[in-house]
Design a protein around this ligand. Sequence first.
Ligand code: NDP
Length: 252
Amino acid sequence: MVKYAIITGASSGFGAAMARVLAEEGFGLILLARRVERLRALQEELTAIAPHILSYGLDVRDRTAVEQWSEQLPSSIQKNTALLVNNAGLAAGRNTLDEGSMSDWEQMIDTNLKGLLYVTKAVLPWMKDQQSGTIVNITSIAGKEAYPQGNVYCATKAAVDQLTKSMRMDLLPHGIRVSSIAPGAAETEFSLVRFKGDAAAAKAVYQGFQPLVAQDIAETLRFIVTRPSHVSIHDVVIMPSAQASATQFRRD
Ligand code: NDP
């Protein structure tokens, strides 16, 4: 019987790399993101090694859409959902609080925190029925240490860090493992999104050092999901070798 992994934010960066790794590991895949054409392209790329893939255009901020998506997912998939990767997220802008944009704040809170809650609430009953499953939340070094002008993004990731710990306690009786991966600087579309398409500003973030790449995070996920069922990896902090803390880099 095929075991399914649900990945939010699978259209880019970590999510797409994790889909490739999970396909190699034999999972069926449920790919979620707003840019459905990207998901379809990834699905086509992976079909040869992972024939059981479905893609859905879904904005995780839209609670009704998340509920509708979960209700129409075939029950054969619900019953065999083994893994949820809560990866969809973003930083929007980098400003002091007084100069920050309220719509940026709402987008980060609604995606990184509320979207994660909506999707998790939808999927949990399927795992509880099986009395097994793994949930992996993608947090950030920004959730462990604040940094200047990171305010609301740091707050959303710190919230997910705490949620992860509390979920682990709530789900202990049901045999559901809950992990988090907290990456440092990784070159994906993250900075392009943060700086609203300003490619020069995005590039400057990674100037003079070798950042993580999406595959590094995907390999971390592979390690977590291939542990035997008696092993739970609670939290992995993964940083570029040239980054010692949220703010300290060794640049050429
Ligand atoms: P990318 O911008 O490359 O990918 C972000 C993904 O999230 C995209 O697939 C995007 O899909 C999806 N997404 C964003 N908003 C929504 C939404 N409302 N509904 C559904 N999907 C959404 O960045 P990364 O791969 O780097 O980021 C992945 C996660 O890792 C994020 O949670 C980020 O905060 C976290 N992270 C990133 C770090 C980095 O340095 N890159 C460091 C630490 C953590 P689409 O636009 O198609 O909806």
